[in-house]
Ligand binder design. Sequence first.
Ligand code: AMP
Length: 207
Amino acid sequence: MKLIFLGPPGAGKGTQATGVSSNLRVPHISTGDMFRNAIKNQTPTGLEAKRYMDAGQLVPDSVVVAMVKERLAMDDCQNGYILDGFPRTVPQAEALDTIAKIDVVVDLDVADEELIARLSGRRVCLACGATYHVSRLNGETKCASCGEELIQRKDDSAETVLNRLNVYHEQTAPLVDYYQKKGNLKVIDGAQDMDTIFESILAVVKG
Ligand code: AMP
C-alpha cells in the first residue's frame, strides 16, 4: 500500500502517519525528519536544507526528489510506504509519478487559525521525537517519556509559521486539485480528535 499524507504544516500528518505505519506495517517516510537527521549529521544535504528550513521555505525540488528516490529504492519500501511531507509541489508530484503508483492520497484538512495555534505552541523532544503542546505542559520543560529538555523547533516560531502557511497555500495546496483529478484523493477533517482521525484514515485506506 503506497500512501501520501497531504495537508498543511501542523495538520497532524506526522502523528497519524506514525500510527498508520505500524498498523499497516509499512515504513513512514517523512522528508522533514530526513532533513532534520541530515542537519544533525551535518551531511551536505543537511547543510543545504538548513537555511531553507529555518526560514520556513521549501528545500529545492531537485534536492528533495533525489533524496526520496534513493529512499524509495530501499528494500523496506518494496511493499509500500507512507509519504509524509512529500510531495509538496507539483513538480515533486510529477517526479513521483515517474517512479511510483500511489494508491491513496489522504488530505488532512485544518483551518489556518487552528494551525497557527497548534504550531506556535508546539514543543518537541529532540532525543525521542515526542511532541507536546504548551497548553498541556503546565510549565513542565522536560520530556515525559525520556526526561530530556523540550524545545521549540526554529521553524515553529510565530513568523516562520506564517511563512510556512503561505508557502503551503501557494505551492502545496495545488496538489489537492492534482490528486482530485487523478481520483485517488480522500479528504479527512483534521480538526476531529486524534482517534477519530486515525479510524477515518484506516477506513479510507483499507476501503
Ligand atoms: P515538515 O517537518 O514536514 O514540516 O518539514 C520541515 C521543513 O523541511 C519544511 O518547512 C521544508 O523546509 C523542508 N521540507 C520537508 N519536506 C519537503 C519537501 N517535500 N519539499 C521541500 N521542502 C521540504
